[in-house]
Design a protein around this ligand. Structure first.
Ligand code: GLU
Ligand code: ZN
Length: 486
């Protein structure tokens, strides 16, 4: 049997890390099983829908290189793949269930439903939800509602007895008493739109989906979906609900933890390689040891059996580590192209040659591509530091800092002009720090702040090379006068 999986997001928000993890697992499962990865847009929630979210979905998957075998734009034998373009299909299947006595028309007004809810609340009734008022309407009653022009919804007849079980290959058997399944949920709304449950089940069947890999929050819908498959007389697919994505505090990952949309990560300068590698490790591991995986690796070695049952932790520090790693894997030329837009949007202009030198100098110090802006801003604008304490390293003081800068810069400049090796210059500065009875950073920090206007920037020797000797001297002189002021 062909292996067919789908990613079926609703465009009601920007692609979330959790959603993208679902997409990655489906994509890699498809590739490693020689199957098909199908993209289906579940856009039946028209109130929360936005084309900006749909664009973001396509952009995100394209940026990650997760091309779909069938889906919107691409097409395929089971299209259309956008649910709002399939309304007639859902209407036909809902009607079929009514004709077979497995579903029924409900004419209740929102006011009536609200009253029912209130009464249940007041009487603290154990029974919650729709009171199945229309489940046993006579033909005459129905005809009367129709005559009044009331547009009905279609509800599923959920059995009131017995229980329903579905098997999940990660979670095991999940059983629910039918009386605890939502009482007769709406399948088709009065405006002709399906609810999530109907559209999801009909499409998974018609699109030949063999394995459903989706977020754990959909487990409660499982029994209802099984009842729907039974009502249609269809074989349900294999279920595989994915472990939750949590923050380090054990709570579901949310904005409180930091960025959660892939768009934010992309804007900050995380690489697609990072997102693919790290996000796949949230709830999945090959052998518990290996951590570095390219997309091509995962296309071969991803196995559903290795998905964890326990929740996965999304660790922002770890993400940074992976991003630093993948940044260092880039050649200077590649990295130059990647940092270019960040410099441009900061208003910093650099030609190709300079971009490459910058990339080379910054590579070891970048966690994200956007870091290039703060690391290199001293080259594009000169904003001298006007707070003395910034010059003073830990364990030093203002007086020693001034001597360190005066004497250190003399050694630094004259050795550079003599073309001495970096290690030799560093040694000389270390000697000076010993003499002044401060740590070596007590010499380097004032030099760095004087030259780059910041405590954190590109490596010092690279900074001087990029800035030029004249400008370097000018800035050092300026810093000395500043520190000498009383
Ligand atoms: N449209 C649902 C979502 O946004 C799909 C759930 C499923 O995969 O069945 O998560
Ligand atoms: Zn009703």
């Amino acid at each position: 049997m062909e292996f067919r999986v789908r990613y079926a997001p609703s465009p009601t928000g920007f692609q979330h890390i959790g959603g993208v993890r679902t997409a990655l697992f489906n994509y890699f499962a498809a590739k490693s099983n020689g199957g098909s990865f199908i993209l289906r847009v579940e856009d039946t929630d028209r109130e929360r829908y936005s084309t900006a979210y749909l664009d973001d979905l396509y952009q995100t998957l394209t940026w990650l290189g997760l091309s779909w075998d069938e889906g919107p734009i691409k097409g395929g034998p089971c299209g259309p793949y956008i649910q709002s373009e399939r309304l007639e299909i859902y209407q036909k299947y809902a009607k079929q269930l009514v004709d077979e006595g497995k579903a029924y028309y409900c004419y209740c007004s929102p006011e009536r439903l609200e009253e029912v809810r209130k009464k249940q609340e007041e009487s603290k009734s154990e029974y919650q939800g729709y009171d199945r008022h229309c489940r046993s309407l006579t033909e005459e009653e129905r005809a009367e509602y129709e005559r009044q022009g009331i547009k009905p919804v279609i509800r599923l007849k959920v059995p009131t007895e017995g229980k329903t079980t579905f098997h999940d290959i990660i979670m095991g058997d999940i059983t629910r008493k039918n009386k605890d399944v939502s009482p007769d949920p709406v399948l088709l709304k009065s405006d002709g739109y399906p609810t999530y449950h109907l559209a999801n089940v009909v499409d998974d069947h018609l699109m030949g989906i063999t394995h459903i890999m989706r977020a754990q929050e959909w487990i409660p819908s499982g029994p209802l979906h099984i009842l729907l498959y039974q009502a249609f007389g269809w074989e349900p697919p294999v279920y595989c609900h994915l472990p939750m994505v949590m923050g380090k505090d054990g709570k579901k990952l949310s904005k409180r933890h930091g960025s959660t949309s892939v768009k934010d990560f992309r804007d900050k300068g995380y690489l697609p390689e990072t997102i693919i590698n790290y996000v796949t490790l949230v709830g999945w591991a090959l052998d518990g040891e290996r951590e570095i995986f390219s997309k091509e690796d995962l296309e071969k070695c991803f196995k559903i059996e290795n998905i964890h049952k326990a929740p996965g932790v999304f660790d922002y520090k770890k993400l940074d580590w992976f991003n630093g790693y993948y940044i260092r894997q880039k050649s200077d030329e590649e990295l130059a192209q990647l940092i270019k837009p960040y410099l441009e949007s900061a208003g910093f202009k650099a030609d190709e040659e300079k971009l490459i030198s910058l990339a080379h100098a910054a590579k070891e110090r970048m966690k994200t591509l956007s870091d290039i802006v703060s690391l290199s801003s001293f080259l594009f604008e000169d904003v001298p530091v006007t707070d003395r304490s910034i010059y003073v390293a830990k364990g030093s003081d203002e007086e020693k800092t001034l001597s360190a800068l005066k004497r250190g810069s003399e050694i630094f400049i004259s050795s550079l002009e003599k073309g001495e090796a970096e290690e030799k210059i560093e040694e000389a500065l270390l000697e000076l720090s010993k003499e002044l009875e401060i740590k070596v950073n007590g010499v380097f920090q004032p030099l760095r702040v004087a030259i780059t206007n910041s405590q954190v920037s590109l490596p010092l020797f690279d900074s001087v090379r990029l800035l030029g000797m004249d400008e370097t001297k000018r800035r050092i002189k300026r810093a000395i006068s500043f520190l000498e002021e009383k």
